[in-house]
Design a protein around this ligand. Structure first.
Ligand code: ASP
Ligand code: MG
Length: 431
């Protein structure tokens, strides 16, 4: 600790003392997650440390979960690909988690310079216990004794994100975006007042601001809506962490690590508040479409096809089938782009067995979705969506719905136009 900068347990205790008297001094235990772009270089690292230091000086307790710097995870994955064809899971996890390990140590060093005592912890040291599923392990328990101990001593625990130790005592990686899950799991285990996800966007928007400049930041969004937004193309926060947060009742605050302004709260739907009919428009270009035409209308055909796809671990998203009067049907489904060639191959291999006319693989599709809790109780939302697309001359190729989402498959080259038109049609730009 530097002499000129006396901050630590003492000031923390003082903050606690004053808190009941001065509301703006309210003490809180906050878990802060910082993503790769937030700590991309030395300057960003120090900016994040400065923000953490200021939060601690106001009397709060802070636990940090940090991602690997910048594109480091991608670089490590790339490196592994250059070295090895087999890339054993155990070694991949040891390699990838090194990115977060580097970041957590550097962040602690920067904090020390600012007079804040802090300790870095690997996922293992922080007590993040996972299953043995390497490269995408799931958290099974959090035994955060050391994190609690550091807090009790007035130190800032900085935990390496997206990692843990398996029930077999091997280092595990929680998967891409896993640092969000680390933060939520720590928030739950420590009964934190909030879990803040700091990132390079300042919250959840009514549409991607790069596509719709007048898109507006949402003040709040329900867990259910956020899950639908994640599933339909909203890149942040990571879907698994939102599921975890919903299951454990952890409120999330997604906000900017660049402007530090308040962002979007993700929390339980408030039954007292009237729900927006539509909260946001999303799009997704990550999927492709396969159509199997002219299959006979018999029991077991879809079962045969989708079992074969499942056996190749293909994650099918939308499925559509409709029986014609002639007794044959077309089956269309969407899969991630990277699975298109396998899905095409599997479908072709069954073509004669299931009596299909043709198999068509189509990479140039995209989905556009509208999501809103209020659509459950408002008629006419689908009509407005379809009319809006019709007015733009956009053809709808598939439709899928949940109780709070409507999704249309369209040509990929018109999807941005669809997003802009729907954002306007549902008046999302105005408060
Ligand atoms: N660094 C890891 C990734 O990019 C984990 C994370 O950022 O959440 O996926
Ligand atoms: Mg990341």
């Amino acid at each position: 600790m530097r002499a000129g900068n006396p901050v630590g347990p003492h000031e923390n205790a003082l903050g606690r003392l004053w808190a009941p008297l001065v509301p703006w001094l309210a003490v809180a235990l906050v878990v802060m997650k910082f993503g790769g772009t937030s700590v991309a270089d030395a300057e960003r690292m120090r900016a994040v440390a400065d923000y953490v230091a200021r939060t601690v000086r106001r009397g709060n307790q802070v636990v940090v979960a940090v991602s690997a710097m910048g594109k480091e995870t991608d670089e490590l994955l790339h490196l592994a690909g250059q070295v090895s064809d087999t890339r054993p899971g155990r070694e991949m996890d040891m390699l990838i988690t090194a990115g977060e390990r580097k970041a957590m140590a550097l962040l602690c060093m920067a904090l020390h310079d600012m007079g804040i005592s802090s300790d870095s912890f690997t996922g293992s040291q922080a007590g993040i216990i996972t299953d043995t599923d390497h490269t995408k392990a799931k958290i099974v328990d959090v035994r955060a004794d050391r994190v609690r101990g550091a807090l009790a001593e007035g130190r800032v625990p900085v935990v390496g994100g997206a990692q843990g130790v398996s029930t077999n005592r091997d280092v595990t990686f929680l998967g891409r975006g896993g640092t969000d899950t680390t933060a939520v799991a720590l928030a739950q285990a420590l009964c934190a007042d909030a879990c803040e996800i700091y990132t390079d966007v300042s919250g959840v928007y009514t549409a991607d601001p790069r596509v719709v400049p007048e898109a507006r930041r949402l003040k709040r969004v329900s867990f259910e809506e956020m899950l639908e937004l994640c599933a339909s193309g909203c890149p942040k926060p990571a879907m698994r962490s939102v599921e975890f947060a919903r299951n454990h009742g952890v409120r999330l605050h997604v906000r900017s690590a660049f402007t530090w302004e308040p962002g979007t709260w993700i929390e339980e739907e408030d039954p007292e508040l009237e729900q927006a009919i539509i909260s946001a428009v999303t799009s997704d270009t990550s999927e492709a479409k396969v159509t199997v035409t002219g299959v006979p209308d018999h029991p077991g055909i879809a079962a045969r096809l989708f079992r074969a796809l499942a056996e190749r671990s293909i994650n099918v998203d939308m499925i559509q089938q409709n029986v014609s009067l002639a007794g044959t049907t077309d089956i269309s489904f969407t899969v991630p782009h990277e699975d298109l060639s396998t899905a095409d191959e599997v479908s072709r291999s069954l073509q004669s067995e299931i009596g299909a006319d043709q198999v068509l693989a189509d990479p140039d599709v995209a989905t556009v979705s509208i999501v809103g809790a209020g659509m459950k109780t408002h008629p006419g939302v689908s009509a407005t969506m379809f009319e809006t697309l019709a007015n733009e001359g956009i053809n709808i190729e598939m439709i899928s719905t949940s109780s709070i989402r409507l999704t249309c498959v369209v040509r990929a080259d018109v999807v941005d136009k669809a997003v802009v038109a729907l954002h306007r049609a549902f008046k999302l730009e105005g408060e």
